[in-house]
Design a protein around this ligand. Structure first.
Ligand code: AHR
Length: 503
């Protein structure tokens, strides 16, 4: 059998995990809101129309922050349409996804829902078709206590205490030709600088995310990052990153190897941030907000057909990717990659949360259910809290068509000192061979394996559905350490969570 070795040492710390790395995203898109988190009349809906079956599954994921309301949607969002008495709200044409936005769910409803979830809001402002003044008005509505036009408007809507939203995105994917109000990098840089300056005058306690490139393959990447940050460096705290992967060519080896691309993407954005910091003789680091990441490709054709041929529907079935087992492996690899950069990736949002490229799906008249990708996210969010440790791995390799030779094993170690727990997340992305793993744990005296959770399936294309789960985690029997070494087998094509506890 192939063999791999890992060395974990308590002393070699990368950084504490910022819990916001387990964030997610709800956009007014498809059935994320309407028919997803909110469906008055559904048997599980409460008096607010919030589906409790969905809420349960979302709560289990322990998501600390949720980005809202878009996405592409935000670039033509008129927030005033979504607040105040329901009877005064009017439907609007939603141009990003060519849908009909009923506006029966808006900022106030989302704030109520996130309270039930136990998450913070990460709010995006419209820098597409609107600008600085509108962003300021929205911030005043949300965060100013009282005595001004927009804070009093909020109070008149029955919300006495400010929402105190701490995290704000300065637009969305402003370089994309699909974006309403797309900007050049100089246009965006100036607008983001001025908007950030004004927003921090209103509330200096907020944190701001400047828009990075829409994805790594954008022709202007990474010049966009360097140029825009040169404008707004003084006022912003993070730069956004977005990336989706897929396997449209059905080449699973290369698909799973694309975690290497994600790693390169992160390293390049860090380099761009540090270049600007050096140029500015700056003192602060700009950190990374990877606020859209996931697998997205299964539903592209349907999406094109709906937006082109069947526009202006309320909550159409858009971006409803049905994930399979190999997608869950890919999501696991992406989580590992994010965690390995915990020193600079402080926020990350799994895009999205319900129905739209999501871990949680709903049947319109039936139940909510967990997609395959639900599980690696659940495990990471549940056990990946603490400090990321440098994990030295000596792994066998396999050859891929596009990525050349890549390691079979990709892993990360998170040490939760308070709970006296060490968790190793590892994917064996060799599709044909098991790998015997030896972990050197000699600095973790008295730590013994508590459990080894495995997500594996003979069929890479197996999916879950409302009818049942073909892909769900199982417990693998785990032995004991021997003189500070732990041996186990990472089965071919598997997601592994090895939890060690102090005895
Ligand atoms: O998450 C789906 C879409 O992907 C978002 O609206 C957009 O920001 C990105 O292109």
């Amino acid at each position: 059998m192939k063999k791999a070795r890992m060395i974990v040492d308590k002393a070699f710390r990368v950084a504490p995990v910022d819990k916001r790395i387990y964030g997610s995203f709800i956009e007014h898109l498809g059935r994320a809101v309407y028919g997803g988190i909110y469906q008055p009349g559904h048997p599980s809906a409460d008096e607010n129309g919030f589906r409790q079956d969905v809420l349960q599954l979302v709560k289990e994921l322990n998501v600390p922050v949720i980005r809202y309301p878009g996405g592409n949607f935000v670039s033509n969002f008129f927030w005033e349409d979504s607040v105040g008495p329901l009877e005064n709200r009017k439907p609007r044409l939603e141009l990003a996804w060519r849908s009909l936005e009923p506006n029966t769910f808006g900022l106030g409803e989302f704030a109520k829902w996130t309270k039930e979830v136990g998450a913070e809001t990460m709010m995006a402002v419209n820098l597409g078709t609107r600008g600085t003044a509108d962003a300021c008005n929205l911030l005043e509505y949300c965060n100013h206590p009282s005595g001004t036009k927009y804070s009093d408007l909020r109070i008149s809507h029955g919300v006495k205490d400010p929402y105190n939203i701490k995290l704000w995105c300065l637009g969305n994917e402003m370089d994309g030709e699909w974006q309403l109000g797309r900007k050049t990098m100089d246009e965006y840089g100036r607008l983001a600088e001025e908007t950030a300056k004004a927003m921090k005058l209103i509330d200096p306690t907020i944190e701001l995310v400047s828009c990075g490139s829409s994805f790594m393959e954008m022709p202007t990447f990474p010049q966009w990052e360097a140029t825009t940050l040169e404008y707004d460096y003084d006022y912003v705290d993070y730069i956004s990153m977005h990336q989706y992967y897929g396997n449209p060519e059905n080449n699973t080896d290369d698909y799973l190897a694309s975690a290497e691309d994600m790693d390169a993407f992160i390293r390049t954005v860090i380099a761009a941030c540090d270049f600007v910091k050096a140029k500015k003789r700056g003192r602060k680091n700009i950190n990374l907000s990877f606020d859209e990441w996931n697998v997205w490709f299964h539903s592209k054709k349907e999406e094109e057909d709906i937006t082109t041929n069947h526009p202006w529907q309320v909550a159409p079935h858009l971006l409803e990717d049905h994930y399979n087992f190999e997608d869950a492996l890919m999501v696991g690899l992406m989580l590992i990659t994010l965690l390995r950069h915990a020193d600079r990736v402080k926020i990350a949002c799994l895009a999205q949360l319900v129905n739209v490229i999501a871990p949680v799906m709903t049947e319109p008249d039936g139940a909510a259910w967990r997609q395959t990708i639900y599980y690696p996210f659940l495990h990471a969010s549940r056990y990946g809290r603490g400090t990321v440790l440098e994990l030295l791995t000596d792994s066998p390799v396999h050859t891929t068509q596009k990525h050349g030779e890549i390691s079979d094993i990709l892993g990360v170690a998170v040490f939760n000192e308070e709970q006296e727990e060490l968790t190793i997340f590892a994917v064996n992305r060799n599709l044909k061979e098991d790998v015997e793993l030896t972990v050197d744990l000699r600095t973790f005296e008295c730590y013994e394996p508590a459990e080894h959770i495995v997500l594996a399936c003979d069929d890479l294309k197996a999916e879950n559905s409302a009818a049942g789960e073909n892909v769900s985690p199982v417990q693998k029997s785990c032995g004991r350490t021997e003189n500070g070494f732990y041996r186990t087998v990472l089965g071919k094509a598997s997601w592994n969570v090895i939890r060690m506890k102090k005895n």
